[in-house]
Each structure stands twice: as C-alpha cells, then as structure tokens.
Design a protein around this ligand. Structure first.
Ligand code: ZN
Ligand code: ZN
Length: 291
C-alpha cells in the first residue's frame, strides 16, 4: 500500500518532480521571455529615446529654417526692390532761355555724303510727334500684360512741356532744317571722319559763365555716309537727349544708355521724366526710373 502509496507518493513525487521541472522550465522560459522582453523593452526605450531626440532635432531644424527663411525673403525682397527701381538717368544742365526764346532752331550741316532719305530720317527723329506703345516684355520692364509709351521724335516729348510750369524754360517748338551756317541753337554736323575714341556721335555744349546752364549745343555724327538711316536716326535721338541736358541711363534697353544696344531706340517715359525733373530744378542729379 505504502509502496503503492509511496509509489503513488513516489509516483506523486515523480509527478511533482516533473511538475517542478516543468515549473522551473517554465520559470526559465519566463525568465528567458522576460530577458527577451527586457531587451525588447530596452530596445524600445532606446528607440523612444532616438525618436525623441530626432523630434527635438527636427523641431529645432524647422524653427531654425523658419527663422532663417524669415530673413531670406526679406533680404531677397530688398534686392528685388533695389533692382526694380535701380535704373536711373543722370541729368546734367538745363538751357538758359527767356520766355520769348522757346522756339529752337536745329540746323543740319551735311559735311558728309549723307543721302536725302537719311537726312529725312534724322529730321523725323527730331520732329515726329508719334507715340508708340511697346510691350514691356520686349524692353525687359515687365510681363507681356503691360506696355509702355515711347516717343518717336523730340517734338512729341516737348509737346508735354507746353502746359507745365517748371523752374527753367525748355524749348517747346523745334524747327529743323539743313544749313551751311553754324547759327542755330543746336547744330548737327554730319561728317565722314572716324572719331579717334570710337564714338558714333558726340555732343558738346557751350555753357554760361556760372557753369550752370546751356547756351548752345553741337552734335557731331561720325562716318555718317556709312550708317543706315535707322541707325542715324537713333544716334540723333540719343545725342539730342544730351543736347537738351540729359546724361546716360543705366538701362541697356534705354535710348540714353551709353551705347545704343536696344532694338527700340525711342525716347522712353523715363527719359521724359528725367527731363521734367531737370527743368524742375534737379540739375546734375540721378533720376530714378519708375520701371
Ligand atoms: Zn534756322
Ligand atoms: Zn551718349
């Protein structure tokens, strides 16, 4: 019985032993699992830590780039504004004219073999009252949606001064004809010589003793017979700008740029505004173009 019992007990104890073994195995397994779990937890914790750090880093990168980008557009905006209003024309001196002298004689003296057709184009560049609209895209002043006003001749420009009350008098009527004498307010000399410094046209003005007003201007156009009519007209338009008191523009698309590079060599609104500013009293100054 005992044996049985024992057996039983033994059997029981054997079963117990098995159970204990199983338990300790399970504990071992649990421990292993725990260890795994623990390492997983460790890994997760370090994952969370890395994630947390990444978030902090990303957060600061975003903050930095926001504050950085807050500065950048302001700076580029500043430079864009600068370049938009950057073009200017230097004004020189106004003419010394009494109220009764506002009709100007422009005399063309042809020392070259310039054709009549080309002389007529020179006259047109002075006497035309025609206004042309040119797309802003063509003159790099804006988009194709807008256009700007240009004057084909100086008479068209001077018409605008007729109703203005300015500090100094500007001629309001031009009278142009061919001549052999050098009387006249503005002389245009057409010569076949080449200028030693490479100029196509050159304007010299006689100024008063106080050196603040123009008394007479002489324009020389070099190698005149070789130039085609449109080029002659463009040079005349540019030199007439000097004769009336303008200096050069910083805009390569403007007639008053130091060399004529534009395909639209007509008198711009900025040239006209600069002239209004000059005769308004702003001599020897820098006039800023609106576009
Ligand atoms: Zn005359
Ligand atoms: Zn010039």
């Amino acid at each position: 019985m005992v044996y049985v019992h024992l057996d039983k007990q033994n059997g029981d104890s054997a079963a117990m032993g098995e159970k204990l073994d199983q338990i300790s195995n399970q504990i071992g397994l649990i421990n292993q699992k725990y260890e795994k779990l623990d390492s997983v937890l460790h890994r997760n914790t370090s994952c969370f830590f890395v994630l947390f750090c990444s978030i902090i880093v990303v957060f600061f990168v975003i903050i930095f780039s926001i504050s950085h980008s807050n500065i950048q557009p302001l700076e580029s905006g500043h430079f864009i504004t600068q370049s938009l209003i950057g073009d200017s024309i230097d004004t020189w001196l106004s003419w010394k004219l009494s109220d009764s002298e506002r009709i100007f004689h422009v005399h063309i003296i042809n020392h070259a073999k310039t054709s009549q057709k080309n002389i007529d184009l020179i006259k047109e560049s002075i006497m035309s009252e025609k206004i042309i609209e040119i797309n802003d895209l063509d003159t790099h002043k804006g988009t194709s949606k807008n256009s700007s006003k240009f004057y084909k001749g100086w008479q068209g420009v001077l018409n605008e001064f007729d109703s203005l009350e300015l500090r100094y008098n500007i001629p309001i009527r031009l009278h142009v004809h061919e001549s052999t004498s050098d009387d006249g307010d503005i002389l245009i000399l057409l010569v076949d010589e080449k200028n030693s410094e490479g100029y196509s046209g050159y304007t010299r003005s006689i100024i008063d003793e106080d050196k603040n007003q123009i008394l007479k201007s002489r324009i020389t156009i070099y190698e005149s017979s070789k130039l085609d009519g449109n080029r002659l007209a463009a040079i005349t338009r540019h030199e007439m700008g000097h004769a009336l008191g303008l200096q050069h523009s910083t805009d390569p698309d403007d007639l008053m740029y130091y060399k004529i590079t534009t395909t639209n060599p007509f008198i711009s609104e900025c040239d006209v505004s600069a002239l209004k500013s000059l005769y308004g009293g702003e001599t020897m100054s820098k006039f800023l173009c609106e576009k």
